[in-house]
Design a protein around this ligand. Structure first.
Ligand SMILES: Nc1ncnc2c1ncn2[C@@H]1O[C@H](COP(=O)(O)OP(=O)(O)OP(=O)(O)O)[C@@H](O)[C@H]1O
Ligand SMILES: Nc1ncnc2c1ncn2[C@@H]1O[C@H](COP(=O)(O)OP(=O)(O)OP(=O)(O)O)[C@@H](O)[C@H]1O
Ligand SMILES: [Mg+2]
Ligand SMILES: [Mg+2]
Lengths: 227, 227
């Protein structure tokens, strides 16, 4: 489904470049549940952004369903993302001037879904993450964990085939975190591919395959059963 | 040192009010290390904001070193905060147009410390949290965990007597999280009072006293040794 070939991502910082990804080779099959762990600053979010076509590599190739998408125009990448990917950002990236409901509707606006249907689907996802009574709150009127759950609802509303989640339980207590993992588990059983960056070994144990990133390189990539 | 008496915090949301704190009574002694845990949305961040004089209660009294600060003017509260409190926000609240170094210098600017001394002290704190090589990065050029560590460095630079930290290890892997807890431990040994909101039982186990918040009420408040 996805193949990253010899991916480098370098940030030019004047005198000193930061090599965030230092030669990454990775294949992700349809329907896989993969976790990515690694130290703070090791390149996890950068890798997720490249996988989600949100950022382009400095060097290397990205093949999506066999098609080279490495050099596609922004507009085409945007369309692919909207149709196939769901993204939960490490800092949620909610629009501050829109309510929880409007934030979750947003991917459906892009996909030209009619208003009534959008409202309905967005409300369903918010109910699912336990925020049915917070639809009209603005992000600043929500707790950290609630904002995180709105971000999850938004990532799921377009029924993506691939979910890319960056620390999806980072601001959730055990109970809310487990509730979220149950949702992800169900979606995985229904066929969704999931790539999750996490620091939580509990979350990582949900994955069938665990990747370890160290200084921009994949140093471990193994099925969970081998441990 | 701190006493909260019958604190209520209610957010008016039109037809339905949100009672974030529902009658909280709490005393914190000088030099204590307290952890606050609770479900997502239970009122932890709200409680921390009130303790840090960043927000005023709807009802109830706040006594700081025996003085009623409940109705102080913003400017006076600001001065008290800058002199005595260090705050690590759940969403870091870094200024996007300032570098890591400048962000950490900021409380010292408010305190009228000379530029050379500010730079020196800010650099020391950033070194301490392992970001000595990221001084001139802007927040958008830092990983999530790096931004979190800049927020910690900023909270400590003015040598506060009380540190209020909201999920200080939420975006840190075990290694970086433990490094942070070691720093907090040392500061505590040197006399700092610390109130930490956390979902991580590992972090909570550092505390000598654990508070549980449920739906805006303190339902447990016990020394760690009693468990
Ligand atoms: N400005 C606001 N207006 C309205 N409601 C608010 C506002 N800020 C917070 N709330 C609500 O108050 C409750 C408590 O929020 P708070 O941020 O204190 O929770 P929390 O315990 O820190 O949660 P988390 O673990 O998810 O960070 C939540 O239900 C939230 O929706
Ligand atoms: N725009 C940028 N410009 C310069 N350096 C950057 C930029 N974005 C990230 N970096 C650097 O690239 C490295 C990898 O960042 P990344 O966000 O991928 O780490 P991470 O593994 O997600 O860390 P964390 O666990 O703390 O979230 C970090 O050292 C960071 O400082
Ligand atoms: Mg990250
Ligand atoms: Mg909170």
């Amino acid at each position: 489904m996805i193949e990253l070939k010899d991916i480098y991502k370098v940030y030019g910082m004047g005198e000193v470049d930061v090599v965030a990804l230092d030669g990454v080779n990775l294949k992700i099959k349809r329907g896989e549940l993969v976790s990515i762990m690694g130290a703070s600053g090791s390149g996890k979010s950068t890798l997720l952004h490249i996988l989600g076509c949100l950022d382009s590599a400095t060097q290397g190739a990205y093949l999506l369903e066999g098609n080279d998408v490495t050099h596609l125009a922004d507009r085409e990448l945007s369309r692919i993302r909207n149709q196939h990917f769901g993204f939960v950002f490490q800092s949620y990236n909610l629009l501050p001037n829109m309510t929880a409901l409007e934030n979750v509707e947003e991917p459906l606006v892009y996909a030209n879904v009619a208003k009534r249907e959008r409202r309905k689907r967005a409300a369903i996802q918010l109910e699912r993450v336990g925020l049915g009574d917070r639809l009209n709150h603005f992000p600043s009127q929500l707790s950290g964990g609630q904002q995180q759950r709105v971000a999850v609802a938004r990532a799921l509303v377009n029924e993506p085939t691939l979910l890319l989640a960056d620390e999806p339980t980072g601001n959730l207590n055990t109970e809310a975190g487990d509730a979220l993992l149950t949702i992800l588990s169900e979606l995985h059983t229904e066929g969704m591919s999931i790539v999750m960056v996490t620091h939580d070994p509990h979350v990582a144990s949900l994955a069938e395959r665990q990747i370890l990133l160290e200084d921009g390189q994949v140093t471990k990539d193994a099925p969970l059963t081998e441990r």
